[in-house]
Ligand binder design. Structure first.
Ligand code: CUA
Length: 334
């Protein structure tokens, strides 16, 4: 008869293998900018010192086990009340803690300084997505932060509801987004590409699906992108076309209560959902949890809370026809 092995054994194995994964999109040890590197440069020396101390303790422990085991019948010397030892094991840890504290405080202070030439972009957290607002251009880019390469960016962050945390592991550590309080985080990327971000604070049912991406582009592409994003939507006037029908569904089904499309509608109440003017120009939606495909968009529109539990976007009970028309329209929002 085979023995039953506890599942926890495999859990540890699984966690161990996970820790070995390379090129993980959220690898916090793979710094791609000066702020993340500063954290790594603090982390590794402390880690190595920890390895050495761990090694010394382990060797002493094993030596102790063999020297004073049952067979040798050696009794260790009684050292209770030794002043010398008391002083050594009090002073050494204090020195270690001080030598960790000084660089840690310095790095923490450094990371809080906003560089003079930094571009400021606002980050507004809400359940469960990030809005990136470019105040100078008055554009909103939900869940996709586009920044130029080798440029200091100062993120001015706030929350509309509960406490969230913005975290792009390859560009910096995480920082809270707190309602009614502005917090700041610097990022700077030295390589073009797409960097994953994630809400780092449990903030409700769909916390895990509160993701975002940082797209790092050349200076020229950044300027082009900004101009593209300021362009309003030009509504089609051709009646009886799928896009026209989709526009009508958008205006009449309740979407306009929470969503704005520049040049097309103003939201009826306080803006709750993402600005959709350039919706289809992003390759993901729903807090960067779904790829921008017709199929995904359809399943999303049929029942949003089914895909993102707790979602404020309700099931609007749209017919199959309405969903299809809405998809045709939304896919036009480039
Ligand atoms: Cu927002 Cu977790």
């Amino acid at each position: 008869m085979t023995q039953n092995k506890p599942a926890s054994r495999y859990l540890f194995l699984f966690l161990f293998i996970l820790s070995c994964i390379e090129n993980a999109p959220m690898d916090s040890l793979d710094a791609q900018g000066p702020y993340a590197r500063e954290i790594n440069d603090l982390f590794w020396p402390i880690m190595y010192a920890g390895y050495v101390i761990f090694g010394i303790v382990l060797v002493l422990l094993i030596l102790g086990l063999f020297v004073f085991d049952d067979k040798t019948e050696k009794e260790p010397k009684n050292i209770e009340g030794s002043n010398v030892l008391e002083v050594i094991w009090t002073v050494i840890p204090i020195l270690i803690i001080i030598s960790i504290a000084i660089p840690t405080v310095k790095v923490t202070m450094d990371l809080l300084k906003t560089p003079e030439n930094a571009i400021e972009i606002e980050v507004i957290g809400q359940q469960w997505w990030f809005d990136f607002y470019y105040a100078d251009q008055q554009i909103s880019s939900p869940n996709l932060l586009v920044i130029p390469i080798n440029q200091d960016i100062s993120l001015k962050m706030n929350s509309k509801d509960v406490i969230h945390s913005f975290w792009v592991p390859k560009l910096n550590g995480k920082r809270y987004l707190v309602p009614n309080v502005d917090t700041y985080l610097n990022i700077k990327a030295e390589k073009k590409g797409l960097y994953w971000a994630q809400c780092g604070e449990f903030c409700g049912l769909s916390h895990a699906k509160m993701r975002a991406r940082v797209l790092v582009v050349s200076n020229k592409d950044y300027k082009t992108w900004l101009i593209d994003q300021t362009l309003p939507y030009e509504a089609t006037q051709i009646q009886d076309s799928p896009i026209y029908d989709g526009q009508q569904v958008f205006l009449n089904a309740g979407c306009t209560q929470c969503h704005e499309i520049q040049g097309f509608n103003e939201s009826d109440v306080a803006l709750l959902g993402p600005d959709l003017t350039h919706f289809a120009s992003r390759s993901m939606f729903a807090g960067s949890s779904l790829n921008m495909t017709r199929e995904n968009l359809k399943s999303w529109l049929i029942d949003p809370p089914l895909i993102k539990p707790g979602s404020y976007m309700p099931n609007l009970k749209l017919t199959e026809m309405e969903v299809s028309q809405l998809v045709d329209f939304l896919m036009e929002l480039k």
